[in-house]
Ligand binder design. Structure first.
Ligand code: PSU
Ligand code: MN
Length: 306
């Protein structure tokens, strides 16, 4: 066993999938512990896993439990992540500190990418990525997700990013770092709750097969780093832009006045948005993750068939 493998623990389902060379899709756990309230969080997690199976791939939700990187969680582990109020939000910076403790850790997009790559998983589904925060010119608050996308070779399927972030600056940062952002059947960056953001994309893809080919080509060229597939929320679940923007603006203002910063910023904003929309944002959030799970599974299957 290499030094590295001693830290990794596969679920039976994922282990079998690896042995049989089946397509696997990684899922993050911060969205469960810090992104949504209970019990919707665990319902979402189970549903999303099932959607990935129904579409021909094997789900691997990733978290830190008992000092190990768990690749694939059992039902009771998902429940613990969803209910415990003592779960650490683990980004790249925190990973080596949390593993030697008994603390349960939820992996962010950045850390899920790291762990997926260690486990040989190339596709990862989530809701939204972190990015450059509004006011970053003063706070320097830029999610570690962006630098991870620059260096870790995992394709992330998401619904763009919430406008708690500065989306144009987030796109500039990704361009500087050489990270492709491909719209799925759209030429505009989706803004999570809405299909539009006003930010045009350079590239779009029409099918999972097309995305699988770009993923393979990027690998063959040894370019390194990941890729963002931006999949707009389905029309019927999208929220009105004016409605959600005004709520987000209020939440950002409240975070500022309360001095919320660092790793607490994103969870605070996500919680406030759920509260202020009385659950409307939560319902949309769940629908868009489900939509991403279906696309992610199809991409992983298409890649497997190449
Ligand atoms: N954006 C969402 N929902 C989330 C997150 C972001 O709409 O759950 C989580 C993800 O785990 C993401 C993390 O990686 O927040 C980013 O946190 P930060 O901004 O502190 O890097
Ligand atoms: Mn931050």
């Amino acid at each position: 066993m290499t030094q590295l493998q001693q830290y990794i623990d596969y679920s039976q389902e994922v282990k079998q999938a690896k042995d049989n060379n089946q397509p696997i899709v990684a899922l993050e756990s911060t969205i469960i512990s810090h992104g949504m309230p209970y019990p919707q969080n665990v319902e979402m997690a189970n549903k999303v896993e099932q959607l990935i199976r129904d579409n021909g791939a094997v789900p691997a939700t990733i978290a830190i439990i008992d000092g190990k990187i768990k690749i694939g969680l059992e039902k009771d582990q998902l429940e613990t992540l969803a209910t415990s109020d003592n779960v650490a939000k683990v980004s790249r910076r925190d990973l080596a500190e949390v593993i030697p403790t008994t603390q349960i850790g939820a992996t962010t997009v950045a850390t899920t990418m790291i762990c997926a790559e260690l486990a040989g998983i190339q596709f990862f589904v989530t809701g939204g990525i972190g990015g450059v925060h509004k006011g970053a010119e003063h706070t320097m608050d830029i999610s570690a997700d962006l630098d991870e996308l620059a260096k870790t070779e995992v394709t992330v399927i998401c619904a763009g990013a919430k406008s708690i972030l500065d989306l144009p600056k987030t796109m500039e940062y990704l361009e500087t770092k050489g990270v492709p952002v491909i719209g799925y059947q759209t030429d505009e960056l989706p803004a999570f709750f809405t299909r539009e953001s006003g930010v045009k994309l350079i590239s779009s893809a029409q099918s999972p097969e097309e995305i699988a080919k770009v993923h393979q080509t990027k690998h063959d060229l040894e370019l390194g780093g990941g890729m963002v597939i931006a999949n707009p929320i389905p029309h019927e679940h999208a929220l009105s832009k004016d409605y959600i923007e005004s709520i987000i603006d209020d939440a950002v203002e409240e975070a500022e006045s309360k001095g919320i910063k660092g790793k607490d910023s994103t969870p605070f904003l996500l919680g406030k948005i759920v509260e202020k929309t009385e659950g409307k944002s939560l319902a949309a959030n769940i629908k868009l993750v489900e939509n991403n799970a279906i696309l992610g599974a199809k991409i992983a299957v298409a890649f497997n068939h190449m």
